[in-house]
Ligand binder design. Structure first.
Ligand SMILES: [Fe+2]
Ligand SMILES: [Fe+2]
Length: 141
């Protein structure tokens, strides 16, 4: 059973970010699946590395995007990304300590973080796009 299920409630007004988030869900589910099936450390480690690489790609994309649109809540948003980045590091040490409980606890945290972050911070970012477009349209009038 997946730990996260995609629904249209998570759709934001930015297709590229939506595509990233859908892939994020897939990797989180792959990680959870590997942990509950007690797959080899090597295979779980490769998924953690995949999640780490993908989160870096996605966060950098959002952070550059924030710069592009002169986003007003950039500091708050980036500090939330930093929390995720540090949890991935913890997951790596939980992996080396070999504790399934620690891994499950961290995956549950990553799930809660991801859902809350999309609905609040990423949603606010996607809405800002509308505000900035509306204001640049307004300036052209
Ligand atoms: Fe974000
Ligand atoms: Fe995001």
């Amino acid at each position: 059973m997946p730990i996260v299920t995609w629904s249209d409630d998570y759709l934001l007004k930015n297709e590229r970010i939506n595509d990233h988030h859908k892939l994020f869900f897939k990797i989180l589910n792959k990680l959870y699946d590997g942990i509950v099936k007690n797959e080899s450390n090597q295979s779980i480690d490769s998924v953690i590395v995949e999640l780490e690489k993908y989160s870096t790609t996605h966060f950098v994309y959002e952070e550059i995007y924030m710069l592009d649109i002169s986003y007003g809540h950039m500091k708050d948003h980036i500090s939330q990304h930093d929390i995720f980045r540090s949890k991935i590091k913890e997951l790596k040490s939980a992996y080396s300590s070999n504790s399934i409980e620690a891994k499950l606890k961290l995956v549950a945290f990553l799930k809660e973080w991801t859902l809350g972050h999309i609905i609040e911070e990423d949603q606010r970012l996607a809405e800002w796009q509308d505000v900035s477009r509306a204001s640049s349209r307004a300036e052209r009038l």
